[in-house]
Design a protein around this ligand. Structure first.
Ligand code: MD6
Ligand code: FE
Length: 222
């Protein structure tokens, strides 16, 4: 694995690059939907404003976040978790805007995960300098379900490591419309985002947004 870490990516089909076992990058997959997705973000943020959450260790995150869907991801001094209400208002999170679920389900299918039905979408907003440290996404209940990640606005460098925190991380440039579908053997791999570089983008100036769609609860609640 280590030997080919920086080798050319494979192309099982045009526009699809395998970045790790079970993880694929669909370049430009959501370009056409970008305007609708950005309007959806605006609508969600009007009801559930972006905020800088605090980690259990007491650090304020540089990335601003909000959520939509029946569950939202939150962090505070008590820990990381999903919950049905926005802690800032006590109200349920806004529902997924119409354009959101369709893109996520189609991308998951294109990435080899048919039948993906997200119940949560975490919206990350990066201003220049904002970053996301290496982490695992492990607060969901069913690791057989992938995560679908859509990039909008300014370009960013995605850091994609391995199963251990200190595994070397590959640097993957992501631009508006790129979608990463991520599951299977690499579902719990460490990953993050390098500090955002300043720049201009016609659709979202001077910011990057990332939507991560998740199945946070059980697919078949018992
Ligand atoms: C981001 N993304 O791109 C942060 N997690 O802003 C993530 O943390 C992430 O893109 C799991 C799967 C895909 C992701
Ligand atoms: Fe993540």
């Amino acid at each position: 694995m280590t030997g080919d870490l920086f080798a050319p990516l494979t192309h099982p089909e045009a526009g699809t690059e395998t970045i790790a076992p079970g993880a694929v990058l669909l370049r430009g997959f959501a370009c056409a939907e970008a305007p609708a997705l950005l309007s959806g973000i605006e609508a969600v943020a009007a009801a559930a404003p972006f905020r800088h959450m605090v980690t259990p260790g007491g650090q304020t995150m540089s990335v601003a976040m909000t959520c939509c869907g029946s569950l939202g991801w939150v962090t505070d001094r008590r820990g990381y978790r999903y919950q049905a209400t926005d802690p800032a208002s006590g109200a349920p999170w806004p529902s997924l805007p119409p354009a959101f679920a369709a893109v996520a389900t189609a991308a998951a299918e294109a990435g080899g995960y048919p039948g993906f039905a997200p119940d949560a979408c975490l919206i990350n907003r990066y201003a220049p300098g904002a970053r996301m440290g290496l982490h695992q996404d492990r607060d969901e209940q069913d690791f057989t379900q992938p995560i679908v990640s859509v990039s909008l606005g300014l370009p960013a460098v995605f850091l994609f490591g391995g199963p251990k925190r200190n595994d070397p991380a590959r640097r993957i440039p992501l631009v508006q419309g790129d979608v990463v579908v991520w599951g299977g053997p690499s579902r719990l791999f460490f990953h993050g985002v390098a500090p955002l570089r300043a720049g201009h983008h016609p659709a979202a100036d001077p910011l990057r947004y990332n939507l991560t769609f998740r199945r946070a609860g059980l697919s078949c609640p018992s």
